[in-house]
Design a protein. Structure first.
Length: 355
């Protein structure tokens, strides 16, 4: 069996690392990796392949810096050309990026089966490009790998039981990655010592709904600035977010650092007192490392975290952000709940290809 894996964004590198390892342990499966180039900065791409020992991409399309339509179109064209040459049995896509939908569309239009890791997730906000990508990818996928029961229920509610795609509840591959790499992170990352960190909040702000709306961005920054007056706040900053802050002369009182690799990020999560983020993956990683999370979004596809009190969706409202910060910083939760499986999602995903 030959699988072509489509990658383009940092979270996909993390997920693919553990699935690719499982694929390589199966003698009857060969993997070909296409990197679309969606995240192209060395700190946002190459370092993940190096430290996580992901096989080097067989193809790099180097497509980035374009509008949603132009980027997706160029990816579709480039991926299709490779698929016609490689003729795989499956194209495997991850999550909800432009790389995801481009890979799924390219495959399906030339009758190659699609396996979607993280199927069934819904934010129920159709204005989000990610929501459009995940809905359309699910609809044309042959293998729907759901990380949670909520994701399975979403698909069943949308009528997927009557469609051709096979639904598999696998658990979350990011839990696999967190379990496998946490010890390596302790050994190889020195970011805590390098930054002299003790008690601090870890924060990320990158999602377009927050960075492209200056009112939202200023509101979030105002809240984080105020929090930084009480506790050290460390923000690995996306280059795009940094540029927007500089362009509009938005005052920042918190500590911005360059994007970090996965090992550094795991160490930051492990040692922080609280997570604040608009990242989907980081919300779950906070849970895996027993940290509460202030979610800087109006809604989340990881509803289990909110329903069980591990996270609070605050949007961009300064007052709500501050209230959630003060409350969650001093809230002790029971993180022993089994929300995302047992850490064997990768095994279930690869096994599912043969069913």
């Amino acid at each position: 069996m030959k699988i072509v894996t489509i990658l383009g964004a940092r979270p996909q590198f993390v997920k693919a690392a553990v699935v690719s390892r499982e694929i390589s342990s199966n003698a009857g499966v060969r993997e070909v990796i296409i990197h679309t180039g969606q995240h192209y900065d060395k700190n946002m791409s190459d370092i993940f392949f190096e430290e996580m020992e992901i096989p080097s991409p067989d193809y790099n399309l180097n497509i980035n810096g374009l509008s949603h339509g132009a980027m997706t179109g160029e990816m579709l064209k480039g991926i299709e050309s490779i698929l016609l040459t490689e003729k795989p049995d499956y194209v495997m896509v991850y999550g909800d990026t432009n790389s995801t939908i481009a890979g799924a569309l390219a495959a399906k239009k030339i009758h190659i089966k699609v396996a979607h890791v993280e199927a069934g997730l819904r934010s129920f906000n159709i204005r989000m490009p990610e929501e459009v990508n995940r809905i359309l990818t699910d609809r044309i996928s042959d293998k729907l790998y759901c990380p949670t029961q909520t994701a399975v229920d979403n698909l069943l509610r949308e009528g997927y039981a009557a469609l051709d795609g096979q639904i598999h509840k696998t658990g979350d591959v990011m839990l696999d990655a967190a379990l496998f790499y946490s010890q390596k992170a302790k050994e190889k990352s020195a970011i805590i010592e390098r930054l002299g960190l003790d008690r601090f909040v870890l924060c990320t702000i990158h999602r377009a709904e927050n960075t492209d709306d200056l009112n939202r961005l200023r509101s979030i920054v105002n809240a984080v600035n105020e929090i930084a007056g009480h506790i050290r706040v460390v923000v690995p900053i996306h280059p795009r977010t940094r540029n927007i802050l500089a362009k509009h002369a938005i005052t920042v009182n918190f500590e911005m650092i360059d994007p970090v690799g996965y090992f550094d990020m795991l160490n930051l999560i492990t040692h922080c007192s609280l997570v604040m983020t608009d990242s989907g993956g980081l919300q779950k990683e906070a849970f895996y490392f027993k940290k509460n999370c202030v979610t800087l979004r109006d809604e989340t596809e990881w509803v289990e975290l909110v329903d069980n009190g591990f996270a609070v969706c605050v949007g961009s409202d300064t007052c709500k952000i501050l209230e959630a910060y003060h409350r969650l910083l001093h809230t002790e939760n029971d993180f022993s709940l089994d929300l995302y499986g047992k850490g064997d999602a990768s095994e279930k995903i690869v096994a599912g290809l043969f069913n």
